[in-house]
Design a protein around this ligand. Structure first.
Ligand SMILES: [Fe+2]
Ligand SMILES: [Fe+2]
Length: 202
């Protein structure tokens, strides 16, 4: 029974070795949800200067999403939308979208990917930036979805007095989403727009 490969350069590997490695990789991917949840907890240690921590902001955004009755793709995408802050402070939106893209609807990963530019509408003018940076996406089918995502769930979620749900509430949803088959067309549903607000939950 092989416990590691013989080769030291990939070009020398055998079919059996690559099949062995594939089994290892599949086993490793099953831990993705748990690794993301602990990364989210690490966000708590980031010094933010806001009234809530980055984890608090993530949970509050996801709580608002859940209470609006949005579906699981929206809830998990919102929960993880700022996870790129850990390693990619200058393109945290693209980083988070890259993690989500194989497992959620295109609509949601697009909004996560572009939310940084859309958020500028709320503060760009205070930092010498372009508040209308989102205008470069005018005409995109998801433009209004991202505008609503930012308005309802992102820019609004820095309130220490909001009744935010704990990470345990969202963990099963993260597990469900990351247990999907990557890039399944029935998950990605290119071009489909699900509403952000459906039957509100309490
Ligand atoms: Fe963000
Ligand atoms: Fe955010």
């Amino acid at each position: 029974m092989m416990d590691q490969v013989e080769f030291t350069q990939m070009k020398d590997g055998t079919k059996e070795e690559y099949e062995f490695l594939t089994r290892h990789e599949v086993a490793f991917t099953k831990g993705t949800a748990d690794r993301l949840l602990s990364a989210l907890v690490d966000l708590d240690e980031g010094l933010s200067g806001y009234k809530v921590t980055r984890l608090g902001h993530s949970l509050q955004s996801a709580t608002r999403t859940w209470r609006d009755g949005a579906d699981i793709d929206w809830v998990v995408s919102t929960l993880l939308h700022d996870i790129g802050d850990i390693y990619a402070p200058y393109n945290h939106d693209e980083y988070a979208a890259t993690i989500l893209r194989p497992f959620v609807r295109e609509q949601c990963s697009w909004c996560v990917q572009t939310h940084g530019d859309f958020q500028m509408i709320y503060y760009g003018h205070h930092v010498g930036g372009n508040a209308n940076k989102r205008d470069k996406f005018a005409g995109n089918i998801y433009f209004d979805d991202c505008a609503q995502f930012c308005k309802r769930w992102d820019q609004s979620s820095f309130d220490p007095d909001y009744d935010t749900l704990p990470i345990e509430h969202f963990a099963p949803m993260v597990h469900e989403v990351f247990a999907r088959n990557a890039y399944d067309p029935d998950v990605i549903r290119a071009g489909v727009r699900e509403p952000l607000v459906r039957s509100p939950r309490s």
